[in-house]
Design a protein around this ligand. Structure first.
Ligand code: GUN
Ligand code: ZN
Length: 435
């Protein structure tokens, strides 16, 4: 078998960096290398040590002086929203009704789904993202298109057909029974194939009847190792309408709680306006709050109170995500740039090491996938991103003044985008340069 030795400056995280001085939280190798065999990291560390372990005849790719990190992970995005991202002037519920739902009806057509799924994964790879937790449309075909495209690239992805049976146009609703049947068939056909993971995906409480949430809960009981993804507490009008639809629930979170949808593999998009009781319910069940800063700013949904959720006695697990097309960028660098500003508006600063931990190991842990992705540890899958902090004239000029790794990371996050991504490797294959 052919081994590939990838040389450059390596950065990988072991734990969440608590401060700029928390050097034990990561490993950095100025002259490092990753040895890849059969899509898996065989060794990583200093170039001299790692190259000594490479078999004769191995290939070498020299990325010096660029940085090599684990591939970025996006914990929440909607692949059917590529052609309505950047739609003007609405808050969540109008934005869904006026732009999102009409767009998603197009995905009844498998060919259309295939085209957009291909372009979506290409766009992620261009931005250094190697894993995404994606919402498909209500149509089973859209999930088939998404999984087929990811499988063809050997990508590790989480995805699911959206379950939605009310408060949406005709052509974009299923029924409790059909959503159960379609989900079950998709699980059988795709979950565990290659690196694919199925997520039971009720869109949110507004578009699911109690009967449908019951079905989603039944699926989670039947397949307890699956992810569950939905939206929670994004917008005040959404919360008020949800309360009318579920008058007996104690609050919005209580709805998902009642149907057995919370747990360590539950990914809850937004979580902006949670009460203390709701935050406790998420913490007690190990559920994950997914912070989507570009979306929250674009839709005027509110400021995710990161520090409140982290510092409370029962702290929340937090993932970060683009939420394309409510989000405005496919880039996890731009996502953390906006995340930094949201956290700054709440009076705190997120240090650059914590930012890069979030979009690599942090999101891998949030998705319960850190045994496979999110680090450069030997034995994990060889998903990598190669970054150039001097990719544009403005970045190069700024870097003339940069001192040290933390500052370089902050420049990448603040000024970088897809242009800073030199290469993206999926299971050891260089895919960005193939696009
Ligand atoms: N809530 C329910 N569906 C959606 C969606 O597609 N995008 C966002 N941002 N919020 C939602
Ligand atoms: Zn979303």
């Amino acid at each position: 078998m052919v081994q590939t030795l990838i040389r450059g400056r390596l950065l990988t995280f072991h734990a969440e960096p608590k401060s700029m001085e928390d050097h034990g939280a990561y490993s950095y190798e100025e002259d490092g290398a990753v040895l890849i065999e059969d899509g898996v990291i065989a060794a990583s560390g200093g170039f001299a040590d790692v190259s000594a372990r490479a078999a004769p005849g191995h290939e070498t790719v020299d990325h010096r002086p660029h940085l090599i990190l684990p591939g970025f992970i996006d914990a929440h995005a909607h692949f059917p929203q590529m052609q309505m991202i950047a739609s003007y002037g609405a808050e969540l519920l109008d934005w869904l009704n006026d732009y999102t739902f009409p767009e998603e009806t197009e995905f009844r057509d498998l060919q259309h789904g295939r085209r957009i799924a291909r372009l979506f994964l290409n766009e992620l790879l261009r931005n250094g993202t190697t894993t995404v937790a994606a919402y498909c449309s209500v149509h089973k075909e859209s999930a088939e298109a998404f999984f087929a495209e990811a499988l063809g690239r050997r990508m590790c992805v989480v995805g699911g057909k959206v379950m939605m049976d009310r408060n949406a146009p005709e052509g974009l609703t299923d029924t409790p029974q059909s959503s159960y049947d379609d989900t079950k068939a998709l699980i059988a056909d795709w979950h565990g194939k290659g690196r694919l993971h199925y997520a039971v995906t009720p869109r949110f409480a507004i578009t699911s009847s109690p009967e449908q949430l019951e079905m989603a809960g039944a699926l989670m009981r039947e397949f307890p190792d699956l992810h569950m993804q939905t939206h929670l507490s994004e917008n005040h009008d959404e919360i008020a309408f949800t309360g009318e639809l579920y008058p007996d629930a104690p609050d919005y979170t209580g709805i998902y709680e009642r149907y057995g949808l919370l747990g360590p593999k539950a990914l809850l998009g937004h979580c902006i306006h949670l009460s203390e009781r709701e935050a406790d319910a998420l913490a007690d069940t190990g559920s994950v709050a997914v912070f989507c800063p570009t979306s929250n700013l674009f839709l005027g949904s509110g400021l995710f109170d990161y520090q409140r959720y982290r510092k409370r006695t029962k702290s929340l697990r937090i993932a970060t995500a683009t939420d394309v097309g409510g989000g405005t960028s496919y880039s996890m660098l731009k996502t953390m740039d906006e995340g930094y500003k949201v956290i700054a508006l709440n009076g705190e600063k997120l240090n650059p090491f914590a930012s890069f931990w979030h979009i690599t190991r942090g999101n891998a842990e949030a998705l319960s996938l850190s045994d496979r992705i999110g680090t450069l540890d030997a034995g994990t899958d060889a998903d990598l991103v190669v970054l150039d902090a001097r990719a544009t004239p403005a970045m190069a000029l700024r870097m003339e003044r940069a001192k040290g790794l933390a500052e370089e990371l902050f420049v990448l996050q603040t000024l970088g985008d897809d242009r800073a991504v030199v290469e993206t490797y999926v299971a050891g294959e260089a895919l960005k340069s193939e696009l």
